[in-house]
Design a protein around this ligand. Structure first.
Ligand code: ADP
Length: 409
């Protein structure tokens, strides 16, 4: 019988999760990870051991319109069968937006839950799903302690000039400022670099989290000093279905010429980016497979925006010593990494194409002025670590950091 922690990352089309043992001597131990894919269509759940071996699968006979409660109930039942009755000790969630209120993870109570709702308009693609998972677990296990870990929190170290929007001062007082996102991923990347490249982490690093959502973070001494996402998750790089930064005049033009706000939001979040430019897909794998000219154009624009963004981040730090690729595209696409690195040759980047093709952890050639790394990011591990800190503060002793640190280092 082991007490377990459930770390959850609930998104719009999928829920990722991982389970950690809280009972092993020393640090909590990562036991398995899983996901529920295709929410809203025909959901299916799978759980794997951390080494990838399959552990459990579940599917639903009908999918459309299933609530988070209906989706999470079988998972809780399986946890009970696997680990014993009442052995689920806590759940911890990735919550995209903590606004100006939460700069650190927090135990969720009614007031925290209400406050998190304020930030839905700033992250309409994520926050409602994060909250739906919290509500579902509260309904299914009312006494289960739940912890919220914020994507914005890591960017609490941003200098004032990196957070201020060039608007009249009164807007800042209303919370209109740059926050930054993907913080759990960047925090994890910083810690991994601490172990694998300790000298680099004290230098000037640009980390590129390139998934369906994409952003860059300039880090010095493992702390965020600049980032491309801002007030919302729309800013910065071009993404799977989001525009990234776009001339605000375009938005005024569209509003003046008949588009309403809801349609504009839908356009910016769901119909643009790789999907909009290619007209084919927002999924990089599909675009790489396609022979259509529009797919090539979309990839070229994605790379161009990453390259320009790296230049901006480097300029803000007065230089750059290392570049890190992470997330679905950053970890798996040798084509994108190679294209980005080639266009950054002027900065002194020389890529080792063989290391790049085999997704090695260091992909820069010895002659490169910059070190270039791939880090397999793990937001759930970061969530588990934070949850343990919060729970030990609230409920006394155990756990500290998940043992996956050592395993992944
Ligand atoms: P999310 O932001 O939803 O967590 P991920 O980090 O899983 O997204 O990244 C998803 C993106 O990664 C998709 O565009 C997908 O096509 C891309 N991707 C995953 N594997 C590969 C691969 N082998 N080659 C190119 N792109 C990949």
């Amino acid at each position: 019988m082991e007490r377990v922690l459930l770390a959850l990352n609930a998104g719009s089309s999928s829920i990722k999760f991982a389970l950690y043992s809280l009972d092993a001597p020393g640090d909590p131990v990562a036991m398995c990870r899983g996901g529920i894919e295709d929410i809203g269509d025909m959901p299916r759940m799978s759980v794997r051991f951390f080494d990838g071996r399959p552990m459990w699968q579940h599917s639903w006979t009908h999918g459309a319109g299933l609530s988070h409660e209906a989706l999470l109930k079988p998972l809780l039942a399986w946890i009970e069968t696997q680990f014993g009755r009442d052995m689920l000790a806590a759940a911890a969630h990735r919550v995209v937006h903590g606004g100006g209120t939460y700069s650190a993870p927090v135990l969720i109570d009614e007031q925290v839950r209400r406050t998190l709702e304020h930030w839905i308009p700033l992250a309409p693609l994520h926050q409602p799903h994060n909250l739906a998972a919290i509500d579902a677990l509260a309904a299914l296990c009312p006494d289960l302690p739940q912890v919220a870990c914020f994507d914005t929190a890591f960017h609490g170290s941003l200098p004032e000039r990196a957070t201020r929007l060039p608007l009249p001062r009164e807007y800042a007082a209303q919370g209109l400022r740059r926050y930054g996102f993907h913080g759990l991923s960047y925090e994890y990347i910083g810690r991994q670099l601490q172990a694998s490249a300790p000298r680099l982490v004290n230098g000037r690093v640009v980390a590129a989290h390139l998934g369906n959502g994409a952003s860059l973070c300039a880090m010095q001494g493992g702390r965020s000093v600049a980032t491309t996402m801002g007030f919302t998750t729309l800013d910065g790089l071009m993404m799977g279905t989001r525009t990234g930064a776009i001339d605000p005049g375009v938005l005024l033009y569209l509003l003046r010429h008949g588009m309403d706000v809801d349609a504009l939001e839908n356009l910016l979040y769901f119909r643009s980016g790789l999907l909009g430019v290619s007209g084919i897909s927002g999924d990089m794998r599909e675009l790489e497979r396609s022979s259509e000219a529009s797919a090539r154009q979309a990839i070229e624009l994605f790379v161009y925006r990453v390259v320009c963004g790296v230049g901006e981040m480097a300029a803000g730090m007065g230089g750059i010593d290392g570049l890190v690729f992470a997330a679905g595209i950053g970890e798996n696409s040798s084509l994108i990494r190679s294209a980005v690195c080639q266009q950054l040759a002027w900065l002194g980047v020389v890529i080792d194409e063989q290391a790049n093709a085999s997704h090695a952890s260091c992909i820069s050639a010895p002659a490169s002025r910059l070190q270039v790394h791939i880090v397999r990011t793990d937001e759930e591990a970061m969530i588990a670590r934070h949850a343990c800190t919060v729970l030990s503060r609230e409920h006394g002793p155990p756990p500290s950091a998940p043992q996956t640190w050592a395993a992944n280092a």
